[in-house]
Design a protein around this ligand. Structure first.
Ligand code: AMP
Length: 132
């Protein structure tokens, strides 16, 4: 059993696909823990994405992540970190495999519907970030 952190980003909430996304994880045997809507402040979003500070897309990423409510939650299941990333598809929806969440729902690399922790270390840090 493994825990990972996912966020349905503000575009996913605006598109009203929260239920569809959570269902995909549940249909794949995962447990959804503690989903709750929050509005990230600029400071919180900058802290969450501090690894990307200084990159060309950083400022737009912060504007996007603070553009409306998002839904962080924990996903629990076997090999969750890797399998959740497989179900999400590549960061750039144009490169995402068919039938992945990003291939089906995301508009662009900037507006890509969902976040998932990329490693065990990130999962620990990101779960702590949202859930203490
Ligand atoms: P992560 O890869 O999860 O650390 O998140 C970085 C986020 O920044 C991605 O999910 C995208 O939403 C956004 N982003 C925008 N432009 C880029 C880019 N050129 N490369 C990587 N991520 C990008």
């Amino acid at each position: 059993m493994e825990d990972t952190l996912s966020i349905i980003k503000p575009d996913g909430v605006r598109k009203k696909i929260v239920g569809k996304i959570l269902k995909r994880f549940e249909d794949n045997g995962f447990e959804i823990i503690n989903p709750r809507y929050i509005n990230l402040s600029k400071e919180e979003a900058s802290e969450f994405y501090n690894i990307h500070k200084g990159k060309p897309f950083f400022d737009d990423l912060i504007i996007f992540m603070t553009s409306g409510p998002c839904l962080p939650f924990i996903i629990r299941g076997e090999n969750a970190i890797l399998r959740v990333r497989e179900l999400m598809g590549s960061t750039d929806p144009d490169e995402a495999a068919p039938e992945t969440i990003r291939a089906d729902f995301a508009d662009s690399i900037d507006s890509n519907v969902i976040h998932g922790s990329d490693s065990e270390q990130s999962a620990k840090r990101e779960i702590r970030f949202f859930f203490g």
